[in-house]
Design a protein around this ligand. Structure first.
Ligand code: GSH
Length: 198
């Protein structure tokens, strides 16, 4: 059994989608960020960075418990544990990892920066616009790519789709105009949103 410590942010959603999609039994342990539950000594013992998500797999590799943070590491861990969504073919796997990194390490942090700057007490309008345009630009690239393939890394669903969908869902909720008017992204998002696990 796995414990998932998370909140409903894009990184938290990414980890939960991974567990759901991979069919790994887990218990959700909600972490209230507003109450700083991620800064308690108990939480910091699991992740000294004081950030969600964290999983604790009581039946980890070799039957030993494993504690893991970083939403993308959790995606890879779940894929490997379940044998799903991380293709074995070397070329497709490389494409999957490329798409995964783009979704996890480009889109999400850039949107996070946009969100922080936009919601600052005195937002600096040119910076807000710059960051917004950068995130939009990334989704325009995704739109062109999704015109050629059904999913982020080809014609099968992979963990790259889970990562991008977590970011997409957060952006759609907080700044929908960033992802509007992109027909291939919209088609992909509809397909992803219709998946029972999501
Ligand atoms: N790179 C990390 C980022 C984790 C992260 O930024 N978590 C946020 C919520 S989405 C958090 O816990 N923020 C609280 C804090 O940093 O104090 C990941 O992918 O898991």
């Amino acid at each position: 059994m796995i414990d998932l410590y998370a909140a409903a942010t894009s990184n938290g959603i990414r980890a939960r989608v991974a567990l759901e999609e991979c069919g790994l039994p887990y218990t959700l342990r909600p972490v209230d960020l507003a109450k700083a539950e991620h800064k308690t000594p108990q939480f910091l013992a699991m992740n000294p960075n004081g950030q969600i998500p964290v999983i604790m797999d009581h039946d980890g590799p070799g039957g030993r418990p494993l504690t893991l943070s970083q939403s993308t590491a959790i995606l890879v861990y779940c894929a490997e544990k379940s044998g799903k969504f991380l293709p074995k073919d070397a070329a497709v796997r490389a494409a999957t990892l490329q798409a995964l990194m783009s979704a996890s390490t480009d889109v999400t942090p850039l949107f996070g920066a946009f969100f922080l700057v936009r919601n600052a007490k005195e937002p600096h309008a040119p910076t807000v616009q710059l960051l917004k345009d950068r995130v939009r630009g990334m989704f325009q690239v995704w739109d062109a790519s999704l015109a050629k393939s059904r999913y982020c890394a080809g014609d099968e669903v992979t963990i790259a789709d889970f990562s991008l969908y977590a970011g997409f869902a957060r952006i759609k909720g907080a700044a929908p105009d960033i992802v509007e008017g992109l027909p291939n992204v919209a088609r992909w998002a509809e397909a992803m949103g219709a998946r029972p696990a999501i």
